[in-house]
Design a protein around this ligand. Structure first.
Ligand code: FAD
Length: 342
């Protein structure tokens, strides 16, 4: 018997993680990406992010965000180990912990820690959370891409799908911008900030809009920053090879993927204030990515209201890397339920 086929639309972290879990459940999977998967291309969020596996100030978020984030954090060590073992590419999942400098709401932090059973510690006037992980998200994407190829997942890069028009139910095929049609038994939209554009001609109401984030890259001797640092909406972290990321901005500027001198100067001043050693270090890179912004940071994981074999896993806003494993499990369970009922 032919295994059911699934097309995943968008090859960012959410699409790749969804494709991995679909493959593990036995589906024939195709990922369609209009650019190149795991490359630094303008605008996409997954390469551009910091890879902190934690919702910054989690007590500000609703339980659904905390549950998805904590489930993701639990899953990452084993996923990264598996990817490293199978592909030879190390996603650098490291428990470097996070130090949160004031101001923060200590009462809310304690309540959150008790609710989710996370150990927190007050050190002088700062808050230390030892369990926070980071992953090197560009490497994670490279490892996922290699893993998908090793496991016979078809990757259609440089292939863009047209905005969907109201379709036959179920959806049997979806047209690319070059006029070809992709056929499948089910489709999953994981196209980040572009998801609304893709589905707005259907009955799907999606509150997703691009929210730009700019980031700076430096280099310091490895281990200069022993842990991740957060202060007043700004964070810094160091990779194993010494690269330091500092960011990020949160800007509502539509699909503008540029970077600005003003934000560069602002972030540089904040980075140097948190880590004076950076005054002697040149900025190596400055980039931006478009987060799929959603109210309260709550992603849409579900089935299209009219098209029974079209699923969504999108709108992860600031924490898509963190939430990707748990959100992938949820959407794969929906695909399973559809296939079993068919
Ligand atoms: C500066 C910055 C810092 C961040 N830091 C963190 C962090 O520390 N931790 C964390 O958890 N999250 C972080 N994030 C957020 C995280 O990166 C996003 O939530 C996540 O990457 C969203 O993943 P995605 O796969 O949905 O979107 P994307 O990575 O944007 O992928 C969507 C893909 O769909 C493709 N696509 C769109 N339309 C089509 C089409 N019509 N046909 C084919 N392909 C299409 C796009 O080309 C794109 O590759 C950060 C984001 C930014 C910008």
């Amino acid at each position: 018997m032919n295994r059911p086929s699934v097309v995943v639309v968008g090859g960012g972290i959410v699409g790749c993680m969804t494709a991995m879990q679909l493959q593990q459940r036995g589906y024939r999977v195709t990922v369609v990406e209009r650019n190149q998967i795991a490359a630094q291309t303008s605008g996409e969020s997954s390469w551009a992010g910091a890879g902190i596996i934690f919702p910054l100030l989690p007590w500000l978020y609703q339980p659904v965000v905390n549950h998805l984030a904590l489930a993701g954090a639990q899953a990452y060590p084993a996923i990264c180990q598996r990817l490293w073992h199978d592909t030879g590419i190390n996603p650098e999942c490291v428990q470097s912990g996070m130090l949160i400098r004031p101001p923060f709401d200590l009462v809310a932090a304690h309540a959150w820690a008790a609710q989710y059973q996370i150990a927190i510690e007050v050190l002088d006037d700062a808050l230390w959370i030892d369990s926070v992980l980071q992953v090197r998200n560009p490497r994670l994407l490279q490892a996922l891409k290699a893993w998908l190829l090793l496991h016979d997942v078809t990757l259609l890069e440089h292939t863009q799908l047209m905005p969907l028009e109201e379709s036959a139910h179920p959806l049997t095929r979806w047209q690319t911008t070059t006029g070809d049609w992709l056929e499948a038994d089910a489709f999953v939209v994981t196209s980040g900030a572009w998801s609304f554009e893709l589905l707005k001609q259907t009955a799907m109401q999606l509150e997703i809009k691009p929210m730009r984030g700019q980031m700076l890259l430096y280099h310091l001797p490895p281990n200069t920053l022993k842990h991740m640092l957060y202060h007043n909406g700004f964070y810094m972290l160091q990779r194993l090879d010494g690269h330091v990321l500092a960011g990020s901005s949160l800007e509502d500027v539509g699909f503008d993927t540029g970077v600005t001198a003003h934000m560069r100067a602002e972030m540089q001043a904040k980075a140097e204030a948190l880590c004076p050693a950076l005054k002697q270090a040149p900025i190596l890179q400055h980039w931006s990515g478009l987060r799929p912004g959603t109210p309260h940071n709550i992603p849409t994981i579900g089935r299209h209201p009219n098209i029974e074999n079209l699923f969504l896993n999108t709108g992860h806003f600031r924490y898509g890397v963190t939430m990707a494993p748990a959100c992938a499990s949820q959407v794969v369970a929906l695909v399973d339920a559809y296939v079993e009922s068919d």
